[in-house]
Design a protein around this ligand. Sequence first.
Ligand SMILES: NC(=O)c1ccc[n+]([C@@H]2O[C@H](COP(=O)([O-])OP(=O)(O)OC[C@H]3O[C@@H](n4cnc5c(N)ncnc54)[C@H](OP(=O)(O)O)[C@@H]3O)[C@@H](O)[C@H]2O)c1
Length: 241
Amino acid sequence: MSLVNALNFSDKRVLVCGGSDGIGYGIATAFHHAGAEVSVTGTKEQGQYDNDFSAFTFYRLDVRNEAEITSLAQRIDTLDVLVNCVGAVLWKKGEFERQGFEQILSINLSGAMQLCTEFYDHLVKTQGSIVHLDSVVSINAAVNNPAYSASKAGLVQLTRALAKKWGPSGVRVNTVAPGMVPTKMTANQSSPEHEAQFGQTNPIARFGTPQDIAGGVLFLASPMAAYVTGQQLVIDGGLTL
Ligand SMILES: NC(=O)c1ccc[n+]([C@@H]2O[C@H](COP(=O)([O-])OP(=O)(O)OC[C@H]3O[C@@H](n4cnc5c(N)ncnc54)[C@H](OP(=O)(O)O)[C@@H]3O)[C@@H](O)[C@H]2O)c1
């Protein structure tokens, strides 16, 4: 089979959970440009965002609510690619409190697991794949974010476990670990001053962009990665070297 058109998703349906903003919105846009029919989710109503969703189908979803995930899976008939960009972090030591710790685990890890299981049957039918967004903190840990770090490390092993379980049924599961990308999540660490400082030690001396991350996600969802499953693709400009 030729791989020349491997990044053409024109007959594919893609759902980007957490695609309302930031990296997820960039991934949704990249899939749209590659020809896919794309749906995105956000926690608020569509009109409450500044982003333009006219190219997408928008669904409201809070993954802390199990029934909302079940209902979303019932509303979507067919799916080739599930991208899980849902992610949350607590600042000011909030993750050192049990309630805060469990909140982050619930969004970043339990939500991810339920998304995978609810959409598994869809993906078996299309021989599709799942791509999660974890983080480089799954490798080197964030000192003030134990829940975020643990949840992202957990997501890597969840990816591996589900890839092992579901490989025989033709469903691949992979994960992408971004480095530092300016979004609303990282707004407190992504000023031009932060980037100048960051650039002194990072091999590729700039922050990443949603497009940088989208490239890896499209690769993993494409036939180019037909024999790739259970893997973490680090896209961090060399931050973890
Ligand atoms: N930015 C970085 O430097 C970086 C680095 C490594 C990994 N990541 C990961 O990349 C992913 C995207 O992050 P981002 O930086 O693009 O941040 P973002 O702009 O804040 O996007 C996070 C997405 O998750 C959604 N979300 C948050 N809580 C949710 C919940 N309870 N239920 C359902 N959806 C929820 C958000 O919806 P709303 O828009 O409605 O809030 C948004 O769509 C996350 O998994 C993050 O951990 C980011």
